[in-house]
Design a protein around this ligand. Sequence first.
Ligand SMILES: *Cc1c(COP(=O)(O)O)cnc(C)c1O
Length: 386
Amino acid sequence: MEISHILNELGEDRSLYFNAVSPPIMQTSNFVFDTFEDIRKAFEDEDSAYLYSRGKNPTIEILRKKLAALDEAEDALVFNSGASAIFCSVLANVKTGDHIISVDKPYSWAWRMFDNMLPRFGVETTYIDGTKIENFENALRPETKVIYLESPNSNTFELQDLEAISKLAKSRGIVTIVDNSYSSPIHQKPLALGIDLSLQSATKYLGGHSDTVAGVLTGRKDMLQKIFNEQLLNNGSGISPFNAWLILRGLRTLPVRLAHITKTTEKVIAFLKTHPKIDRVIFPFDNDFPQLDLAKKQMSGACGLFTIVLKTDSYNRIEKFTYGLNHFLVAVSWGGHESLILPQAAAIGPENFDPIIERHRMARVYVGLEDADYLIADLRQALEIL
Ligand SMILES: *Cc1c(COP(=O)(O)O)cnc(C)c1O
């Protein structure tokens, strides 16, 4: 299906809403029934009829169709956060006594779930370096039920070979889940590589304007129906109609935004790589990236998120450099219109800062929708402070 069709037309029927160009925010909690027969059918399958907006809602429905098509999936579910998509997709596929293999250092709320919550229900997680397929083979147990991936990984962007891992998992009946927030379906289609469930924080590129929190999960219809009927409805993890509408609006410009950010990021990285105060840049499509071949094989691009290693031994100067930037905001998250920076030192604190440890000198940079020269000039003046 062509992306222009998906983003501009799919799932939209203007005759249902006064020929309005923009679909309505169907801000209702419940829906009226004409017959007992209809009520009974809706109770039997909440995803088959409009009953109650914790489950199915027309605005959310349009978004689901578009998100499924973007991932070449049978179905999509939309959640009130990316964290919720992580939680529901994992919870649906484990029971007491089961084992999970997770890639090292997954997104923080994934490891918090694996370490703090799941052990209370008798589910154990093994973390592995996901860059080598042997590590998955060696960690397998008879009770392994889920392989949890994030490719590229947060902060240092290590990749996992999604096709090879899917094959291994399929041969053992293990469910594979990948966090695809970094690439979005524009740059990576995990289901086409054999992955069972692909999730994203829609807060990032899909929304694109830093004005809402949301999550998405795509995959086979039967797997998603189970999650809809158990986790989504029971936890009440669905998105609100208004937030779904914001994601719909963000989606209209997704490819245009990503194309712009790709070009800008390339220029910003080229500048940073030659700067004497930068030790190295970590970015999956950089020529020095150790897994560049795999990146090119399974991704069609990378975008605005990368990490720089600052050449300094001073915690104070990292803080001064950070706040010396005029156009990069110091904030978590990414994927919006605004450029951001988040140095690791901020979380480490001055007492524990050790410049010998490379990670302590890392800063995650996100390039937004500003022009490259505007951002480069800002980085140039602030790097003088180092
Ligand atoms: C932000 C993020 C999440 C969590 O998404 P929320 O929408 O903030 O709950 C998950 N994975 C990655 C890689 C993220 O960057």
